[in-house]
Design a protein around this ligand. Structure first.
Ligand SMILES: Nc1ncnc2c1ncn2[C@@H]1O[C@H](COP(=O)(O)OP(=O)(O)OP(=O)(O)O)[C@@H](O)[C@H]1O
Ligand SMILES: [Mg+2]
Length: 350
């Protein structure tokens, strides 16, 4: 997917510059990591127990949508264990040999962060099973019938895997993690704290009401909250004295077309077409895409997930349907005769 379709409310990191800023804004300890109470508490226990036993903790899998803190938590795990961290990713491991080289180079207790673990190749995955379970890999020497497998011991390490698509992980791989943390979207109050914290780190003067406003438009995602904060700061510096107030926040975010629920131009165009042109649906995805002048995939993968999650749009076997909340969000009266998802047979809102 083209990450630049919507630079402001994309949950993915947009560019290298953003990644640099993100690393500066990352909390370094569990105590500093706001939100995700359950995962954070569970992890705290896992890490505490491991420290007490002076052993590498069980392997940890972190799953959840982009921008919620998986990479951040992986780094925190290493920091909390005072262990060195090695970072790699599924797509970077083309061959099993690449992984064998990384694994055999680990030191005792090291944390190996394997990002996008669902994108690793099958042979590498199989090698990983053995490494995770027995701290051993078989290195294949030679080719064809003369090839032999030489077992190689690797020191106990902790694998931290991250994935946005836990469903794509094969069962045997998932089962080898001793702990799985599923990250959820953040509540507004949690995001508000994150906005305040980031503002302090970036030396931005912000009023509490402005932080609330920015948080409420951030789609439950810290990455987006941090990005909106930076855009509002730009606005406040150029158009005012740099102090981020609620009035400035609203003006800036309206200018950038991020509305009070965090919907952007594309999201609203989809809802608008659905309600005004198709009477609230049901309407087929292709027809809807043509109406907003976008590719089918863009509507389906970029706009719809958040619209569905926020309860504005439902995907049904007969097509897309606007919910009463969608009509209200657009400032329209909910029509009497409209068909809603709950009246449609076999609604499938995946
Ligand atoms: N709980 C949190 N408290 C404060 N900041 C956070 C928190 N979670 C995430 N962030 C911030 O949000 C940004 C994105 O987080 P991170 O890179 O960890 O997300 P991710 O889940 O790894 O995303 P992706 O799936 O794209 O790799 C970082 O700048 C990080 O500082
Ligand atoms: Mg990440």
């Amino acid at each position: 997917m083209d990450e630049n379709v919507r630079p402001l409310v994309s949950a993915d990191a947009v560019d290298l510059e953003e990644r640099k800023i993100e690393s500066a804004l990352r909390p370094r300890t569990l105590a500093e990591f706001g939100g995700q109470r359950r995962v954070s508490e569970q992890l705290e226990l896992v890490l505490h127990a491991a420290r007490g036993r002076r052993r590498a903790p069980d392997h940890v899998l972190l799953s959840g949508p982009p921008g919620l803190g998986k990479t951040t938590l992986a780094m925190i795990i290493a920091a909390e264990l005072s262990a060195p961290l090695r970072v790699t990713s599924g797509p970077a491991i083309q061959h099993a040999g690449d992984l064998a080289a990384i694994l055999s180079g680990l030191s005792e207790g090291e944390v190996l962060f394997l990002d996008e673990i669902h994108r690793m190749s099958r042979p590498a995955e199989e090698l990983l099973y053995m490494a995770m379970e027995d701290f051993r890999v078989d290195v294949i020497v030679g080719k064809g019938p003369g090839a032999t497998a030489i077992p190689l011991e690797i020191p106990p390490f902790t694998l931290v895997g991250a994935t946005t698509r836990a469903g794509l992980l094969p069962g045997p791989l998932r089962d080898r993690f001793g702990f799985t943390g599923h990250l959820e979207f953040y509540a507004a109050a949690e995001l508000e704290k994150i906005v305040n914290r980031s503002a302090a780190l970036l030396d931005v003067d912000i009023t509490p009401e402005a932080a609330t406003e920015i948080a409420s438009r951030s789609r439950g995602t810290p990455r987006i909250a941090n990005r909106l904060l930076r855009r509002v700061r730009d606005y406040a510096e150029v158009r005012a004295d740099g102090i981020v107030t609620i009035a400035l926040s609203k003006a800036a975010l309206d200018l950038y077309e991020v509305d009070r629920m965090g919907l952007d131009r594309l999201d609203r165009a989809v809802l608008d077409a659905l309600c005004r042109r198709f009477g609230g649906g049901p309407v087929g995805l292709s027809t809807l895409a043509v109406a907003v002048g976008e590719e089918r995939e863009t509507v389906e993968e970029v706009a719809e997930p958040f619209l569905v999650r926020s309860g504005y749009l439902a995907r049904t076997p007969r097509g897309r349907v606007a919910t009463p909340a969608a009509w209200r969000h657009l400032g329209l009266t909910v029509p009497k005769g409209a068909t809603f998802a709950d009246t449609l047979f076999d609604a499938d809102d995946e």
